[in-house]
Design a binder for this molecule. Structure first.
Ligand code: SF4
Ligand code: SF4
Length: 202
């Protein structure tokens, strides 16, 4: 594997956390007899901004596994995405465009995709730091399944988010106090390259 910004132990812990998330997702999906098979939609056109350096660095681990040609294609698609996204946002519209990493309806970096990509589909819930619980209904196909259900099985995002944030802090160490907050689309993460902490002289 190419040289990575992430130490191996942190990278392994991210992979293990993502595996546990997948297991939890699968349990809820099984309970609802829900699967993406045969879906006519492709939810990789949903618009998101992402907020952690850890996801960003882990995504770049995946991008570095692409061939030079594949990476050049992804960068060109990311540039197109970024141009349109900025235009739409300036017009006050919510962009809806296919993710630059979706090639032939498949994710080019599936093992390294972002946190939110791993949650879309089944109903989920999140307990915020103030104790407020926010529920997400899942994708339109899942909502068809859960319609009229009294108690809906759902995946709890809370502990996974907490663990992910803890892991990011462990990785960043004292840098966590100086690195700027992340608020980037996936296209911006691609175009900007790996997170750069070279200005941290510690
Ligand atoms: S990173 Fe992969 S899974 Fe996530 S939106 Fe893009 S193509 Fe879809
Ligand atoms: S998550 Fe839902 S909308 Fe997306 S591909 Fe699967 S079934 Fe279709």
């Amino acid at each position: 594997m190419s040289h990575s910004l992430l130490p191996v132990d942190i990278s392994d812990q991210v992979a293990a956390l993502y595996t546990r998330m997948e297991e939890q997702y699968d349990l809820v999906a099984q309970e609802l007899s829900f699967a993406c098979t045969g879906c006519s939609d492709n939810c990789c056109d949903s618009y998101f901004q992402h907020h952690t350096n850890l996801e960003w660095a882990y995504l770049w681990q995946g991008l570095k596994l692409l061939s030079a040609e594949e990476l050049a294609t992804v960068k060109a698609l990311a540039q197109k995405y970024d141009d349109v996204e900025k235009e739409k946002v300036a017009e006050g519209k919510r962009p809806e465009m296919m993710c630059p990493l979706c090639v032939n309806e498949l994710c080019s970096v599936y093992q390294h995709r972002l946190l939110i990509c791993r949650l879309h589909g089944v109903p989920t819930g999140l307990t915020q730091p103030d104790g407020k619980v926010v529920n997400f209904p899942g994708c339109f196909r899942c909502q068809e399944i859960t319609e009229g259900m009294g108690v809906v099985p759902r995946m709890d995002r809370t502990r996974f988010y907490q663990e992910f944030m803890e892991l990011e802090k462990k990785w960043l160490g004292v840098r966590q106090y100086v690195v700027p907050k992340v608020k980037l689309t996936i296209a911006e993460m691609i175009l900007q390259g790996e997170p750069d902490f070279s200005y941290c002289d510690f």
